[in-house]
Design a protein around this ligand. Structure first.
Ligand code: PEP
Length: 251
């Protein structure tokens, strides 16, 4: 059966000391009150090794927010999947809408990143989702289908390691959340696309997270949907009380 997962995306927030303090506080809270789901924090690169050292892997895992689309070499400023894995991180967010919009990451680049992440035993949290104009034009289903092309070239074995995150761009950081019905409808569609490509067993085993202004007050009703297997959390992952409130939606 697929896993329920709550993953935090810290984005470009928290200096090293603040990040270590946040990870420690969260770890203490989760050791004291064990989560009923898998919990992941995805941090800036510079935090990874320190944070991976602090967390109890029984309750908390660590991931990066990105990795390079090249193996190694003269790519100044880039961080490879191998480097990420060497910190102790186990996951990597790929295809976040901010990377697609501001750093021009397209289907081909994301296919390369996904392959390199998997080759280095990192589990990709692969993000897809439409912008507001696409939702208003009722094009969300075709948008997510096109974005999935980056991971639909994988073998069934490799695809089985992918976590999908549906994040409507109009809901990210805006305070505007998809309704539980909107989330369920498109998550079911995404699962049907996976089933058409890889068969129903792999589709049933794929965790599909919802992301976009998820908070303790709306997490329970979002996660209650049969095809919503948890959340990818931005703003609310920066405070333990809020993040723990979302994790506790699975209790
Ligand atoms: C995100 O950026 O992945 C996200 C879901 O952000 P927020 O929760 O702040 O909307």
């Amino acid at each position: 059966m697929r896993k329920n997962i709550v993953a935090g995306n810290w984005k470009m927030n928290k200096n090293l000391q603040e990040g270590i303090a946040l990870a420690k506080e969260l770890n203490v809270a989760l050791v004291a009150d064990k989560p009923n789901c898998e919990v992941i924090i995805c941090t800036p690169f510079i935090h990874l090794a320190s944070v991976a050292d602090i967390v109890d892997p029984a309750v908390l895992a660590v991931g990066a927010e990105n990795c390079a689309d090249k193996v190694s070499g003269a790519y100044t400023g880039e961080v490879s999947a191998e480097m990420v894995a060497s910190t102790g991180a186990k996951y990597v967010i790929l295809g976040h809408s901010e990377r697609r919009a501001y750093y021009h990451e397209n289907v081909e680049i994301l296919a390369e990143k996904t392959k390199l992440a998997l080759a280095n035993r990192l589990k990709p949290i692969f993000c897809i989702g439409e912008v507001l104009e696409e939702r208003e034009a009722n094009k969300q289903n075709e948008v997510v289908a096109a974005q999935l092309a980056s991971v639909f070239s994988l073998s069934p074995e490799d695809f089985s390691k992918i976590i999908l995150a549906y994040e409507p761009v109009w809901a990210i950081g805006t305070g505007k959340t998809a309704t539980p019905e909107q989330a369920q409808e498109i998550h079911a569609h995404i699962r049907s696309l996976v089933a058409a490509k890889y068969g129903s067993e792999i589709a049933e085993n794929t965790s599909i997270l919802y992301g976009g202004s998820c908070k303790p007050s709306n997490a329970k009703e979002l996660f209650a949907n049969p095809d919503v297997d948890g959340g990818l959390i931005g703003g609310a992952a920066l405070q333990v009380a809020d993040f723990k409130g979302i994790i506790d939606a699975f209790k």
